[in-house]
Design a protein around this ligand. Sequence first.
Ligand code: ATP
Length: 324
Amino acid sequence: MDIAIQAEGLRKRYGGKQAKDALNGVDLSVPAGTIFGLLGPNGAGKTTIVRILATLLSADSGEAGVAGFDVRRQPKEVRRRIGLTGQYAAVDERLTGRENLRLIGTLYHLGRSATRVRADELLEQLDLTDAADRPVKTYSGGMRRRLDLAASLIAEPPVLFLDEPTTGLDLTSRLTLWEVIRGQVRGGATVLLTTQYLEEADQLADRIAVLNNGGVIAEGTPDELKDRVGDDRLRVTAASAKDVIELTKVLSRFSGDEPLVDEERRTVSVSMTEGVRGIATVATELAEAGIPVADFQLSRPSMDEVFLSLTGDAPQPVAEGAVA
Ligand code: ATP
């Protein structure tokens, strides 16, 4: 299978007195026609990787190739074949959505009528037809992001870099974007996606690399990553925050592993080797300990648990519009 994006030993350190490595030797390999998810907490190095691959930043060392061209030696060739969207909105506020897309099509020398057709198609796909003739400054954050994605798709690039494309979007907009991204891949495009939403990586990505402190700490399909966490998990949510510690104590008696605690959601999970048989005993123990429970379920590890068990840290949400 052709490899659309390849990186070997990428290292990057930004300036500044207390500088540490933003990337400490990252290897990536993304087969053409697939979606690859880069997952990691704030500051893990996701944007740095995207910027290097998109030729916006040079690595201190290491090699990277996109669509068969070297990012360092053939940046123009690379730029011709990529679309980039996410944390840097590329659209002009004063123009309408339609004018923005047409302008970008012209910059890519797509030809007048092809640009018009493509712009209308994208406006339709991204639910922007009704707002197409309004200046972008009147758009909501979600509409801007959808337009930003449309802008990166105008020239139908074979490789797409989507840096947190759905951060801050509501569910409907997120689902619309997912469908458009899947459509691009069905058409043969390769997508490198960074996201703070583990669920998104789980839903969209063929393979995922988990990044922490500038290095890849795990890589595989969503299923392979879940398998690494082990058996089915029992997930219990305490009705009240004050019971989380007691709940953790009770659950730790039923599993060889350390319980994973999500304090914000008041949820504690443990791996259950005994499956359904163990559940009845846990339920009895919780009742005897007098811990009111809001939710109780047994299922495969979620991507959140994969993340927690790999990094020991919950992913930090990023404020909308925040720039790394
Ligand atoms: P986020 O989810 O917050 O966007 P990220 O995984 O994309 O995070 P990067 O933006 O790649 O992470 O940052 C990696 C590291 O490099 C961080 O420690 C960050 O503080 C640092 N860094 C990023 N850009 C710069 C810069 N221009 N100057 C100095 N340090 C930087």
